[in-house]
Design a binder for this molecule. Structure first.
Ligand code: GTP
Length: 292
């Protein structure tokens, strides 16, 4: 099973994957068909899941070729398709035509795949116009599917937290038994007397799931934390170090982050500032077996 990231040249795929996957990407060049060399890269995350990145390229010959003759190889066993659109593309009709061909191939070879469309570079659109534009794009994209498909559309930009939000939703959709995970997390949060417990995927630090017992004010807090920790992890890796745990103390809350399962980190947040880090560690260790 794999994840396919596609979109026209220049739509922002490379920027996106280097933000989400940083330096975890393995690159290789594969020969598709007789004459076409395609850059293919892949990354492993969530344990065994492979994210395959194929560049659709801008050239029509290439596009037609790989959609017509290489369908089996590319479109088989796709669990999730992520298709990136440049919001300012000058040729939306052609973009839509490619997208439609890809949908047809997916419908044929991986009919159960979930589709995520990212209308990217939204920062180029004035704030007040984004809502309306997204409504129109979403309706248009959904019309393109000729067979019933689960399709979700996000507006994204590398300049704010929307990219993390969209990718977290994608990762969330790939987790097996996600309901069970959520219910375990609820129990963990209640038993630890925490305000919130958040689960992050290890490679990307994207939020997989969370349990909240006290209403929180900032709706973008998950994406912000993902971003901050990711930067920190990168700084650590530059000095060949890896962080194991992190403790954050502020005047209003304490938080503790620790490796949890082989594929995740857990973050426990308490508004009770007197809580000892040792207690948080005990709580995390106690909860771990029900997640493994
Ligand atoms: P190919 O490698 O040619 O297939 O293109 P790509 O889809 O990988 O696009 P790439 O990441 O190279 O981005 C193309 C251009 O778009 C670059 O100049 C990026 O800086 C810019 N870009 C990417 N994401 C964003 C975004 O969210 N907002 C804005 N304003 N520009 C972006």
């Amino acid at each position: 099973m794999g994840v396919l990231l596609m979109g026209k040249s220049g739509s922002g795929k490379t920027s996106m994957r280097s933000i989400i996957f940083a330096n975890y990407i393995a690159r290789d060049t594969r020969r598709l068909g007789a004459t076409i060399d395609v850059e293919h890269s892949h990354v492993r995350f969530l344990g065994n899941l492979v994210l395959n990145l194929w560049d659709c390229g801008g050239q029509e010959v290439f596009m037609e070729n790989y959609i017509s003759s290489q369908r089996d190889q590319i479109f088989r066993n796709v669990e999730v398709l992520i298709y990136v659109f440049d919001v300012e593309s000058r040729d939306m009709e052609r973009d839509m035509h490619y997208f439609q061909s890809v949908l047809e191939s997916i419908g044929q070879h991986s009919p159960k795949a979930k589709i995520f469309c990212l209308v990217h570079k939204m920062d180029l659109i004035p704030d007040g116009q984004r809502g309306q534009l997204m409504l129109e794009r979403e309706a248009d994209l959904k019309r393109r599917a000729t067979t019933p498909m689960a399709m979700t559309v996000f507006g994204t930009s590398i300049w704010d937290e929307t990219l993390y939000k969209a990718w977290s939703a994608i990762v969330h959709s790939l987790i097996p038994n996600v309901r069970m995970l959520e219910s375990h997390l609820g129990v963990f949060c209640a038993e630890a007397g925490a305000d919130e417990v958040i689960l992050f995927e290890r490679t990307t630090f994207l939020v997989i799931s969370h349990a909240t017992s006290h209403a929180q004010t900032d709706p973008h807090r998950f994406e912000k934390v993902s971003n901050i920790i990711k930067q920190f992890k990168l700084s650590c890796s530059k000095s060949q170090a890896q962080f194991q745990t992190m403790e954050i103390c502020t005047p209003t809350f304490s938080a503790f982050i620790q490796g949890f399962t082989p594929n995740t980190y857990a973050m426990v947040v308490h508004s009770d500032r007197d809580i000892q880090p040792g207690i948080m560690i005990i709580n995390i260790n106690r909860a771990r077996p029900s997640f493994e």
